[in-house]
Ligand binder design. Structure first.
Ligand code: NAD
Length: 288
């Protein structure tokens, strides 16, 4: 199966942490990228931020100036979903909420062409459920990137019950074309990575609550002895506690309240406090 053609339009809906990364990678790979966000200025801020990333990469000699200029030119913030009409692929990276995602795709379906692939970057919501209710659920697929998108090679290409095999194959080939290492997965709670990672976070949070050791010590042990690139608390701070907590809630609910996936009260309090990690300046560590 062929990847999307260079120069074709990729719509990115949601200009937050993930949407920015996806837009950067798509523009670097030769696509015209349109970013839409409901928050005023968020899409324009995303374009500016990606432009700055390109400039930094050029400064460090990790990107050719001759590539950075055109890649920046291929990025555009748009003010309405209607402006995504020409998209060949629309990747959604909005809030992790089933109803919000369903509403968005239902609206998009009325705007884009019949051949446009609809992709969701959901971390944990059933791809089958997101597609349900669409006129053409077979064109919706999970395209699950990892944070930070430009650096993380893995992409889970997640098929729901209705997903067309060719749609999944095109997204797989496109991820490869974007320099990623995709894997196919079926839509089951947490897919692959977020499923196997649940105990990593959960046991670390339990150890902390039991005062077994503090967060820096637990992180150092997992990094230095466990061989992980980041410890669990550093990683949760990077992902964002709101995102991480909602993934756990969603996996827990999807398994009918299985105790193995019980969300952490400590993490809930972090979310209640607004200590969301790097993005809010404070999580288990302080930033900025
Ligand atoms: P974020 O909060 O950084 O960004 C979300 C953006 O979406 C915000 O700018 C918000 O204004 C915008 N938005 C919300 N509702 C919208 C709507 N209806 N239409 C258009 N824009 C809307 O969140 P994020 O961390 O980028 O996560 C986005 C998605 O990616 C979530 O589904 C999340 O589960 C998933 N994801 C996150 C990570 C991670 O590590 N943060 C990793 C993989 C997948």
């Amino acid at each position: 199966m062929r990847a999307l053609a260079k120069g074709s339009v990729v719509a990115v809906i949601g200009g937050g942490a993930m949407g920015r990364g996806i837009a950067q990678v798509a523009a670097s790979s030769g696509h015209e990228v349109r970013i839409f966000d409901t928050r005023p200025d968020a899409a324009a801020d995303a374009v500016d931020a990606i432009g700055k990333v390109f400039a930094t990469l050029v400064g460090k000699g990790r990107m050719d100036a001759a590539q950075a200029g055109p890649a920046r030119e291929r990025l555009r913030a748009v003010a309405s979903l209607a402006e995504l009409k020409d998209a060949a692929l629309a990747v959604e990276a909005i809030v992790e909420n089933l109803e919000a995602k369903r509403r968005l795709f239902a609206e998009l379906e009325g705007i884009v062409d019949a051949g446009c692939i609809l992709a969701t970057n959901t971390s944990s919501i059933s791809v089958t459920a997101i597609a349900a209710g669409l006129r053409h659920p077979e064109r919706l697929v999970g395209m699950h990137f990892f944070n930070p998108v430009p650096l993380m090679a893995l992409v889970e290409v997640v098929s729901g019950l209705a997903t067309d095999r060719e749609v999944a194959a095109t997204v797989y080939a496109t991820a490869q074309d974007w320099g990623k290492d995709p894997v196919h997965a079926k839509s089951s709670p947490g897919f692959i990575v977020n499923r196997v990672a649940r105990p990593f976070y959960a046991e670390a949070l339990r150890l902390l609550q039991e005062n077994a050791a503090d967060a820096p010590t637990l992180d150092a042990v997992m990094r230095d002895c466990g061989g992980f690139r980041m410890g669990p608390f550093e990683l949760m701070d990077l992902i964002g506690h709101d995102v991480n907590f909602s993934v756990t809630q969603s996996v827990h609910a999807a398994y009918f309240g299985d105790q193995r996936f019980t969300p952490s009260v400590l993490q809930q309090e972090m979310v209640n406090a607004g200590f969301l990690g790097r993005k809010s300046g404070r999580g288990f560590y302080r930033y900025g």
